[in-house]
Every structure is written in C-alpha cells, then in structure tokens.
Design a protein around this ligand. Structure first.
Ligand code: AKG
Ligand code: FE2
Length: 304
C-alpha cells in the first residue's frame, strides 16, 4: 500500500473538493437485489456486502465504468453526481496509468505500459468499478440497539483487481494488516491515518500474481467510527474478463543465465473472469488466492 500526495490538478475535481456525497446515498437509486441470482450488483446497497451473508455498517453506491466514464446503464442518483463521477473516473484512470507504469518500470518490465494497458489501455474492455462508501457513526451506546450497528464497517478482505485507489474524508476507520499470514490468522491491525489530501494505492490479488508475489495484496478492513461519518471513494482497476492472470514472463526469466532454470510461477493460471466468479462465490474474508497457490515442488529424498 502506498500513499500518494494529491496532485494539485486533482484539487479542482468536485468529488475530491467536497466529498460530502452522503446526500446522494439512497436518493432515487435502484436498490441492489443481492438475493436475486444473476441480478446486477450495481446501484445502492446498505449493510449487505456481496451475496454470501457478509454485513457491514455502511451504505454504498456501486457504479459500473465502461471505458473512460460511468457505464450508461449504471445507475447514478443525479446527473450532477454522474458528471462529478465521470470527472473523477478520468482522474483515477490517469493515476492508475502512472502508478502501474511506475510498477512495471521498477520491476524492469518493458514496455512500461505492460500492466497499465490492461486496465486503462485505449479500447481495452477492462473491468473498472467506482465505489462510494458511507459509514454512519456507530456510537457504543447504540451498538446493541440498532440492527447491524457494529464496529465492523467493512470486514477484512483483499481487493481482487490489480489496483485500487482510495480517497476518503478525514474520518478514520481504515486499517491494514501487517505481517499477514492468512493461514495463521495472526493479523496485527494498523490504522491508516485519514488524509483527504492523499490517495491510497492498494495492491490487489491480480497484481500479486502478475508480479509472482513480489508485490503483495494487502488485507484491510474498516472499523466504524464512534462519532463521525466516514466517506470513501474507491476506484478499482481490473483487466478485461478474458485476461490471463499469470506472472509477467519477463519477471520469470530476468537474470536467468544459460542452462539455469527460470523462476517458477507460484500460482495456477486463471483468467480475470474466472477469478471474479470465484470471488463472488466466496465470503469477504476468505483467502481467495489460496486455491490458486501452487504446491512447492517436492523436496528430493536424499536417501532414494
Ligand atoms: O471504505 C474504505 O475505506 C475501504 C473500503 C474497501 O476496502 C472496499 O470497498 O474494498
Ligand atoms: Fe477493499
């Protein structure tokens, strides 16, 4: 996870300047019917996260992006929010390109656009989402009185895409797990200081695989604030559904001399579409990459 200072140009963007999107929640939007099989996940949702019983103390708008702007079929509460979201999406696409190009460059992968083009390439039918979350305060006194008012704003999880870019108001709540060992379950949670002057870049599961584990997707969660509302906006950058998710070839062969073995992939191959489908069927906190981890090769028996 990396924190980026807000580039001056972004200060003019209306959603960034006044993230008081609370007013827009709920009004006039179709409510996501998570119970219906095959129903669109886009629209307004409250408390239920995903289809498999996860609950959080929040309401949200999940908006589909098609190319460089909100998908025409994606509901938006008002035309002004649609315009503001489109402006925001344009800025996030630019930031996603910059960050993914820097990642490729830092790893010695050419061309620089190898990762960025999957998400924001011209004409790429990539899978992008904009999510606006609103966490009302949850005072301890109410915790047992109001249904679902609980310290869990958004349960722990990793983001499945390549990259997520998060912006929030000045209310704390986001925490990340340090030294995460999914199997041991021994997380040490650290609060991310809220800073409306920054963007937070979160590495997703797909980027972990594409870098063969050099970058790790970070487990994170939101704890509801006792006194203040938290508003966050997250741009999720995923590749086209048919994109093969596997370590970049150049990383596996980098530095391998004649006769030397190249680095092995740590993961079974899958497409983004397959991973997304598996993610929809899982619980929020599941280690979704676990089924795709390759077993380490058996150690040769010296006595054989
Ligand atoms: O609202 C936040 O601060 C984080 C939410 C989150 O992790 C997500 O929507 O994937
Ligand atoms: Fe997340």
């Amino acid at each position: 996870m990396v924190v980026l200072a807000k580039p001056a140009a972004l200060e003019q963007i209306s959603l960034v300047r006044s993230p008081s999107v609370e007013d827009n929640f709920g009004a006039g939007l179709p409510v996501v019917d998570l119970a219906a099989d095959g129903a669109s996940p886009f629209g307004y949702g409250s408390k239920r996260i995903g289809r498999n019983g996860d609950m959080g103390w929040l309401e949200y708008l999940l908006l589909a992006i098609d190319g460089a702007s909100l998908s025409r079929s994606s509901p938006a509460p008002s035309s002004s929010l649609r315009d503001a979201a489109n402006e925001y999406v344009g800025a996030m696409r630019g930031m996603a390109r910059t960050v993914l190009e820097m990642v490729a460059e830092g790893l010695g992968v050419a061309p620089r656009g190898a990762l960025a083009d999957m998400v924001v390439g011209d004409g790429a039918a990539s899978d992008q989402i904009l999510r606006l979350n609103h966490y009302p305060p949850c005072p301890p006194l109410l915790q047992n009185l109001m249904p679902n008012c609980s310290p869990t704003g958004f349960g722990e999880h990793t983001d499945p895409q390549l990259i997520s870019i998060l912006h929030s108001n000045s209310t704390s709540g986001l925490q990340v797990a340090l030294h995460h060992d999914a199997d041991a379950g021994d997380h040490q949670w650290v609060t991310v200081p809220p800073d409306p002057a920054s963007f937070l870049v979160i590495v997703g599961d797909s980027l972990q695989v594409m870098t063969n584990g050099r970058m790790r997707s970070v487990r994170h969660r939101v704890v509801a604030n006792k006194l203040k509302s938290r508003v966050s906006m997250i741009y999720f950058g995923g590749p086209p559904l048919e994109q093969r998710i596997a370590p970049l070839r150049q990383l596996l062969v980098a530095g391998v001399g004649d006769g030397e073995e190249e680095e092995q992939s740590r993961y079974e191959e899958f497409t983004w579409g397959e991973y997304k489908k598996a993610a929809y069927l899982s619980r929020l906190g599941d280690n979704r990459l676990a089924p795709f981890h390759r077993q380490p090769p058996p150690v040769a028996n010296p006595l054989a």
